[in-house]
Design a protein around this ligand. Structure first.
Ligand code: AMP
Length: 297
């Protein structure tokens, strides 16, 4: 079994109220892979430029980089962002697409054969090109406000070809133009997927299917340093768990939540790179205890 992920592999410049990094490894596919690699073999698909020097980090916990394409003469995707004082707001100051500008994904046979596929946040036409090559039996995807604004039709076409959509709750509302989250999720389910996950930042995440609603708070932390990649790390834990436990959505929510909580404790990939399985289990157990509800008559 394996999980294929396509998406950005990036260098990020980030400033938060707690510090800054001029240039650190980032990207949606990178954060996803570092999290999902705890549960399954991960195969990364995406381009990097001549400046890329972190292939070893992408290989953490055995992830496969055969489909990471080195574009000669190109620059790795670069993103520059800055967070507000409570870390709930983020401004993008610069995005340089670099090698993504001309990215035409070609999956190897092994990546096509993976039974799980994650389409991390990239242009929805590219997501669809990957979806069409893959033989995965479970496909999940992410996206962002930019594509809702400039490529909505393409995004809806991609959504109609996946099983699970993982978006911020604001993005779900923006996509459907429905102010109510449950109605918005229902509308996305009507586009084709059977599961919608609404990420709610420090308030946790909610899962909506045709007949189930489930919600988990974020893991309570006093120290949050850098939220960059939290959503992709959540997706890595969620989708990674489901790859080995199809349909076990509640546990998948707990693993996604636990992984994301570690990601935000340090900058970029720093914390999740050296995370252990025991540390993950510890927070998953704590989340279970924290949210148990027994009502006696
Ligand atoms: P998250 O905090 O989970 O939304 O993910 C942040 C990561 O997404 C960063 O590491 C960035 O490199 C990457 N990123 C930012 N903007 C884009 C974009 N337009 N397309 C693809 N990846 C992006």
């Amino acid at each position: 079994m394996s999980v294929t992920v396509v998406g950005s592999i990036a260098y990020d410049r980030v400033r938060t109220p707690f510090g800054e990094r001029e240039r650190m490894l980032g990207g949606a596919a990178t954060h996803f892979a570092l999290a999902a690699s705890f549960f399954d073999e991960v195969r990364l698909v995406g381009p990097v430029g001549d400046d890329f020097a972190d292939l070893d980090v992408l290989r953490t916990r055995g992830s496969n980089v055969d489909d990471v394409e080195h574009v000669v003469g190109g620059e790795t995707f670069f993103w520059h962002g800055e967070y507000g004082w409570d870390l709930n707001s983020r401004d993008t100051l610069e995005t340089r697409l670099g090698v993504f500008e001309s990215f035409d994904p070609k999956l190897s046979d092994a990546s096509k054969a993976a039974d799980t596929l994650f389409l991390a946040n990239i242009q929805p036409d590219v997501q669809r090109a990957v979806r069409e090559q893959s033989r995965a039996s479970f496909v999940a995807m992410d996206s962002m406000n930019l594509w809702i604004e400039i490529a909505r039709d393409s995004l809806v076409a991609t959504i109609s070809m996946v099983d699970c959509v993982i978006l911020n709750d604001a993005e779900l509302r923006q996509l459907t133009e429905k102010p109510n989250l449950i109605s918005a999720a229902r509308e996305v389910l009507a586009m084709g997927p059977s599961v919608v996950v609404a990420k709610q930042g420090e308030y946790g995440a909610a899962l909506i299917t045709g007949d189930e609603f489930f919600s988990l708070p974020a893991y309570p932390l006093e120290t949050v340093v850098d939220p960059t990649g939290a959503g992709d790390t959540f997706a890595g834990g969620f989708v990674g768990w489901l790859a080995g436990h199809p349909g076990d959505y509640r546990a998948a929510m707990a693993y996604g939540t636990a992984l994301a909580s570690y990601n935000v404790e340090e900058f970029g990939t720093e914390r999740v790179q050296r995370l252990t399985r025991e540390e993950i289990e510890d927070r998953v157990q704590h989340l279970g205890a924290m949210t148990r509800l027994t009502i006696s008559a």
